[in-house]
Design a protein around this ligand. Structure first.
Ligand code: GH3
Ligand code: MG
Length: 537
């Protein structure tokens, strides 16, 4: 990829961040607009969000957004803190907001009537008795790119849910002031929605089985009792938001009947899976290599060979040892089915295939296979790739860069003075810092980048199709933002920084690339930490 298109790609990457922030501003304005009597409470949120937007837009050179944002900021100067918004000013602000809204819509939402809704990240709603804690959580969540709103009143929460169904609600069991009124609110709220909203309950007072049961019955996914710290809550909120939506399962189907294969393809695609269909058993090796399926569906009887024979061949390859295989057949003889399973199959579906049954079976097998695989290649504390797998991916990406004649970068990150964090706040808080950095990296890097936990407090990042200077800029931006993140420890917050070394692949081996990144990291440490150094600097 040439320099220009590379730049354009990065620019688009950052443009998304600016438009997301613009949405936050627009949403906050919604709370103020037409609600003058209570607008004083939102003034600060609105100002902070706009200020952030202007900073982002300036940094990423998006003039339309920075101009509109600046106009809002200027107008805000004549809104006295602690007072509700004067009518005249509201009209002026509305004009500025419309300008921003046009800018935000023009770029991405053209031609799609409901696009604004779709583009907006679904919110997280927070209903806690403790306002201070709610505000702290919102600040933290914003750092991770979440949009969160706090509520102090059950009716407002219910109304907001009707308007925008949130991704998660964090709820005090006693929200509203009396025992279990928070649960009652959720019960009433869930009745209005077809699919329940995942709720995280917390309680400082009541951890009895009766309360827990009632909470669980109305959609409570988690129950925190007694006290819980913000870091833990954020991790839970993160796990229920669609930053984590599962990738579609990749399913390979081998069936010699074209009609049957087509039918399966339709069913699987409808269920949101990626299906690859072949009708000639002799194509299986090629399909396995090209498509690398997570689940394989085999017809039992085909001309030339049987599904069982194919399964045996598949199982002879080490790397395909744990890929689930599901047989399809009109065979109803249980002993024959059992025999087929003993030859390397995991499940047996009888034709005619019930679509529901097929999809459920694939889901179950796929989920199990993924969690088994995760045990092998992921680090249990952070969920990032472990050391071995990171190096494996590095070799893969080097091969790809070579083949496609593209640049590629490798970066190493090491937390500064981490020992002191452990010594001062304790090991569990240290662990939380590691998880927060890992979430932070996941949120801020591209999907195509690979993030690994390289060692104790060391992380490694593989950035395919990226030049050294661009990688350094991106990592530097991440470093800066991470250093601003408030790390909660009990009642107080603290900050953590990291140092980073980045090296571009120059045709050398993965080992040499790692060493160069490591030396650059060492240089960052020598330079006083909290900085990013490129190997060629
Ligand atoms: P520097 O700025 O030079 O990197 O200083 P540092 O204190 O970060 O580096 P040092 O290598 O002296 O200490 C790293 C510490 O990281 C020591 C170790 O106890 C801690 N650590 C390693 N793995 C984990 C972990 O999984 N959890 C926690 N809480 N701490 C860990
Ligand atoms: Mg360190």
């Amino acid at each position: 990829m040439n320099d220009e298109s590379q730049k354009e790609k990065l620019r688009q990457h950052f443009a998304r961040r600016v438009t997301t922030q613009a949405r936050v501003v627009l949403d906050t304005w919604q709370k103020i607009h037409g609600n003058n009597q209570q607008s004083a409470a939102f003034r600060e949120d609105f100002a902070t969000a706009t200020d952030k937007l202007v900073r982002y837009a300036l940094r990423f050179e998006m003039a339309g957004h920075s101009d509109a944002g600046k106009k809002v900021l200027t107008l805000l100067e004549s809104w006295p803190t602690g007072e509700n918004l004067p009518d005249a000013l509201e009209r002026q602000l509305q004009d500025a907001i419309e300008l921003l809204s046009r800018n935000t819509l023009r770029r991405t939402d053209k031609n799609t009537s409901d696009a604004p809704q779709q583009f907006r990240r679904t919110p997280v709603y927070i209903a806690l008795a403790n306002d201070e804690m709610a505000r702290r959580l919102i600040r933290q969540l914003e750092f991770f790119g979440f949009r969160a709103s706090a509520f102090s009143d059950a009716d407002q929460l219910i109304e907001a849910c009707a308007l925008h169904k949130p991704e998660t609600i964090l709820m005090d069991v006693n929200f509203g002031g009396r025992a279990n009124t928070g649960i009652a609110t959720i019960e009433c709220l869930q009745e209005r929605h077809d699919t329940p909203i995942p709720v995280i309950f917390k309680s400082d007072e009541d951890g009895t089985i009766e309360t827990r049961l009632r909470a669980s019955r109305c959609g409570g996914e988690e129950f925190f009792y007694p006290a819980v710290d913000p870091g833990q809550l954020i991790e839970k909120i993160e796990s229920y938001t669609h930053g984590n939506t599962v990738e579609p399962y990749r399913v390979l189907v081998l069936d010699d009947s074209r009609a049957q294969a087509k039918f399966m393809e339709t069913v699987l695609k409808k269920a949101g899976m990626t299906a690859h269909i072949i009708t000639d058993p002799m194509q299986i090796i090629h399909a396995l290599e090209e498509f690398s399926p997570e689940i394989i569906v085999l017809d039992m009887y085909m001309p030339g060979c049987t599904g069982m024979e194919i399964a045996r061949v598949i199982r002879q390859q080490d790397k395909l040892h744990s890929v689930p295989i599901i047989y399809l057949s009109a065979e109803e003889d249980v002993s024959k089915q059992l025999h087929a399973m003993s030859l390397g199959g995991d499940d047996f579906l009888t034709k005619p295939i019930d679509p529901k049954h097929l999809v459920a079976t694939i889901h179950n097998r796929g989920r199990r296979a993924r969690s088994l695989l995760a045990l092998m290649i992921r680090d249990s504390l952070t969920g990032l790739f472990n050391h071995t797998h990171t190096l494996h991916l590095l070799d893969q990406e080097i091969a790809r860069a070579k083949q496609k004649d593209q640049p590629m970068c490798f970066a190493m990150i090491d937390i500064d003075y981490f020992k002191k964090v452990n010594d001062t706040f304790g090991h569990p808080i240290g662990d939380r810092v590691l998880r927060s950095l890992s979430m932070f990296l996941k949120q801020r890097l591209r999907k195509s980048d690979h993030i690994g936990r390289y060692g104790g407090e060391e992380f490694a990042i593989i950035l395919p199709d990226t030049r050294e200077s661009d990688a350094r800029n991106v990592l530097n931006e991440i470093r800066e933002r991470f250093s601003e993140l408030q790390q909660p420890a009990g009642d107080r917050d603290f900050n953590v920084t990291f140092s980073c070394g980045v090296a571009a692949w120059t045709g050398d081996s993965s080992q040499s690339l790692c060493e160069r990144a490591d030396r650059a990291l060492y240089k960052s440490k020598e330079l006083g930490r909290n900085c990013v150094t490129a190997a060629t600097d």
